[in-house]
Design a protein around this ligand. Structure first.
Ligand code: FMN
Length: 166
């Protein structure tokens, strides 16, 4: 039976939003009803059978995810939840960073135990930055470019219904 799934995302520069749309499309192709919405715009999570939550990493912190999980903890706690993060750690290859950020993702949604936690490579486009962000990227030696792996994202999304027991 078709499940109703909410894909809720946080974003500053749009790359996580596009990943959330791609996840939603895969779920729809599998016959489910997937609504894709920015976390800030979500007023209620009633009526959904499962949730996919995505947020980017900025300066070693996951933005907005913890707040969203806390806000809707009762509803999220009683349904399957999958989580994805977006950042440069998967391509920057700084030792331990992927593990550290994956742990941050899981910790952000505690006490929820997600059915799956993924960290996808994101996009850094200096043309989108103001002066302060450019300084932050330089000081952190963040990589520049669009490293989103659409095949990996689609493959992850395709596996979700089974992991969610839908
Ligand atoms: C100022 C700045 C700081 C960042 N810090 C991190 C970081 O600590 N870890 C990481 O993996 N990626 C980091 N990134 C990469 C972002 O997570 C990546 O650009 C992501 O795709 C942004 O998502 P958005 O376009 O949805 O805002 C940083 C990017 C910027 C511009």
């Amino acid at each position: 039976m078709a499940a109703r799934i909410l894909v809720a995302y946080a974003t500053r520069k749009g790359s996580t939003a596009e990943i959330a749309q791609a996840v939603g499309k895969e779920l729809q192709s599998a016959g489910h009803e997937a609504a894709v919405s920015e976390m800030k715009a979500v007023k209620s999570v009633g009526g959904y059978d499962a949730f996919v939550l995505g947020a980017p990493v900025y300066m070693h912190k996951i933005i907005e995810l913890g707040k969203f999980a806390k806000r809707f903890r009762d509803e999220l706690g009683s349904r399957p939840v999958a989580v994805f993060g977006v950042g440069m750690a998967p391509v920057s290859k700084k030792p331990g960073e992927v593990e550290e950020e994956s742990n941050l993702l899981s910790a952000s949604v505690t006490p929820i135990n997600p059915v799956s936690v993924a960290l996808f490579a994101g996009k850094v486009d200096p043309a989108q930055f103001n002066f302060l962000m450019r300084r932050m990227v330089e000081s952190d030696k963040t990589m520049v470019g669009d490293f989103r792996d659409w095949n990996a994202i689609a493959a992850w999304a395709r596996d979700l219904p089974e992991k969610m027991g839908l």
